[in-house]
Write a protein that binds this ligand. Sequence first.
Ligand code: COA
Length: 329
Amino acid sequence: MPIRASIRSTGIALPEQRLTNAELERRVDTSDTWIMERTGIRERRIANDDDTTASLAIAAGADAIKRAGLTPDDIDLLVVATATPEQPLPHTGAFVGDGLGLRCGSFDLAAGCAGFVYALITGAALLAAGNDHVLVIGAETMSRVVDPNDRGTCILFGDGAGAVVLGASTTDDDGLLAWDLGFEPSTIGLLEVPAGGSRLPSTRETLDAGSQYLRMAGTEVFRRAVRAVVDSAAATLDRAGLSVDDIAWFVPHQANLRIIEAAGQRLGIAPERTVVNVDRYGNTSAASIPLALHEASADGRIQPGELVLLSGFGAGMTWASALLRWDAA
Ligand SMILES: CC(C)(COP(=O)(O)OP(=O)(O)OC[C@H]1O[C@@H](n2cnc3c(N)ncnc32)[C@H](O)[C@@H]1OP(=O)(O)O)[C@@H](O)C(=O)NCCC(=O)NCCS
């Protein structure tokens, strides 16, 4: 039987500070009604000055390791998905490895808001290649790249981290059953942080122009996001020879309630089978799917043996879906 990766445990970390729509109303020209109608977001968590992407990732990772009944020595590989790295060098995984007391190798994986599902699939492949336990973390401090005065973006994003420990599945029908990764060419400018890399190093001029902040063509992203989730989720089910009726839970990237509802409707997945927490956390990019997975398994919605369909999309534009049979304890 080929080795297949299963999620053994989940863990999360959320900053305590909440940013409500009422507070945003005082900062920019917006309203609670507008935000609720267009996005479904009520509040988000915002990193304190002491919080960083790595500190949130460390807390989520420690939680997941503990819940798996393991110690840091049991982890053979760490993959950190993030669009808001600790700093350009070294990679965030080095900080997280230090903080968790790991002895294993690590790397970061950047695929925007689809990052966690990319990292999950990558981690699963590396588990199958000969590791016992792979720790996969999605962690973000989006508040550090969002312009606090841009009403088109500051209402959407939040901070947090979610982690899973992968281990070998015990049966040949558990764990990661199928997946799909994709990319739409020539859409880079729709969602980007232009400055701070080799293409446009940060200078006084880039700071004056606000190019260190995230920019987004919201309506264009919205349209493509729905299509990406629907096509990618359908392709994944197809590869597994299953249909939406077989799925117990749909866990989409939490960007906007309207995107989630539109995608669910087109796929034919009822809202009761869709995990949603965007109302409480906003869009936490690579952290959103593991946060949702953790909550839905911790409160008993996702049960062992059930099929769970994950689908993420984001800057690039990239997308990623994964179909799992849940066997986390
Ligand atoms: C950002 C988003 C909520 C905007 O909703 P929309 O229905 O597309 O709204 P539009 O951008 O067309 O803007 C409509 C109007 O509201 C205004 N507006 C934008 N943000 C606003 C805000 N926070 N409050 C009040 N008005 C706002 C616009 O200026 C525009 O005004 P105009 O008609 O006078 O020009 C929506 O496009 C979206 O969620 N897109 C996807 C974003 C996303 O998920 N990104 C991450 C992907 S991983």
